[in-house]
Design a protein around this ligand. Structure first.
Ligand code: SF4
Length: 312
């Protein structure tokens, strides 16, 4: 029975990605107020053996035989993967059977532990997150386990950067009224300068959060923050959320109909759509985001490519 592998899923950050979930549901070092998986049910900072490398490899093999052109195997799910004591062995075992790059989505809170840093060294891409620097803001937004101290967490990230030669993309999740004040943003900027990630990805709420009072930040404000951070040595980008029609300057009903009519005949990739409409993919994605949200269009993986098709 497959319990720990899911997908492949089409992802704009990672392309066609196969998910590996090595942590029980909502077992995490944090209880972030914006978590899209709901409140943390097992708040812990103690690492444990939840699933071993042998089990993961047995589940993974048939997927690898079936999907030849995966872009990433990604450790993700609804908990914190570095809580699994066997992570190092699991990554090593995956590396033995495939050349598909390995990515790890982590909240980064356990990077202060040398053994956690070491367990991630073989991965190709690490996507940690950092939302606060001041202890009170850290407490409000991430509701951490009592053993965690944000200064040590940041130092752990700095040390990890010194040891790790691969790609680090740091996500910063901004919640209106909590970590979007100028003082906290300045502290985040200084911390990021020390951490030296390859990219900084600014994000805000897109789906219903774990807690009701959480307010998203609009894309315009995220872009302003990104513009103020442009002199960081990292590439700073805003993770685009599905927009609304009125947010697209000169929204074209014709282009929307054009996309819908074209995919109605046969499912198409973004490259096909570029060729058929003569528009750039960055513009097409804005429309596809809206159509996906309105459930008019669905992304499907066929023969290891992402195709867009009508939902009905
Ligand atoms: S770290 Fe991730 S899984 Fe854990 S509570 Fe925060 S958002 Fe949810």
């Amino acid at each position: 029975m497959i319990k720990h592998i899911f997908g492949p899923v089409p992802s704009r950050r990672l392309g066609i990605s196969l998910g590996v979930d090595i942590i029980p549901f909502k077992t995490c070092t944090l209880d972030c107020i914006y978590c899209e998986c709901g409140g943390t049910t097992n708040l812990t900072a103690a690492r444990s053996s939840f699933v071993d490398a042998g089990t993961i490899i047995e589940e993974l093999k048939p997927f690898l035989a079936q999907h030849q052109t995966l872009e990433y195997i990604t450790f993700s799910g609804s908990g914190e993967p570095t809580l699994n004591k066997d992570l190092k062995d699991i990554i090593a075992a995956i590396k033995k059977i495939t050349l598909v790059p390995v990515a790890v989505l982590t909240n980064g809170t356990l990077l202060y532990l040398p053994e956690v840093r070491e367990s991630l060294l073989q991965a190709d891409l690490i996507l940690p997150s950092l939302d606060a620097v001041s202890p009170p803001v850290f407490a409000r937004i991430n509701q951490p386990h009592q053993d965690l101290e944000i200064g040590a967490v940041i130092e752990g990230m700095v040390k990890f950067r010194e040891q790790y030669k691969g790609d680090i993309r740091l996500e910063v999740f901004i919640v209106s009224g909590i970590n979007d004040g100028s003082a906290e943003l300045k502290k985040l900027y200084e911390a990021i300068k020390k951490i030296k990630p390859d990219r900084v990805q600014l994000n805000s709420l897109d789906r219903p959060p774990a807690y009701d009072h959480v307010e998203p930040l609009d894309t315009g404000r995220l872009e302003k923050i990104a513009a103020g951070w442009q002199d960081l040595p990292a590439r700073v980008e805003v993770i685009k959320r599905a927009g609304k029609r009125r947010e697209i300057a000169s929204f074209s009903r014709n282009l929307e109909n054009n996309i819908l009519n074209t995919i109605d005949r046969r499912p198409l990739t973004i490259e096909d759509l570029e060729e058929l409409t003569g528009k750039k993919r960055i513009e097409l994605y804005k429309y596809i985001d809206i159509l996906e949200r309105e459930k008019k269009v669905i992304a499907k993986i066929v023969k290891d490519k992402i195709f867009y098709a009508p939902t009905s």
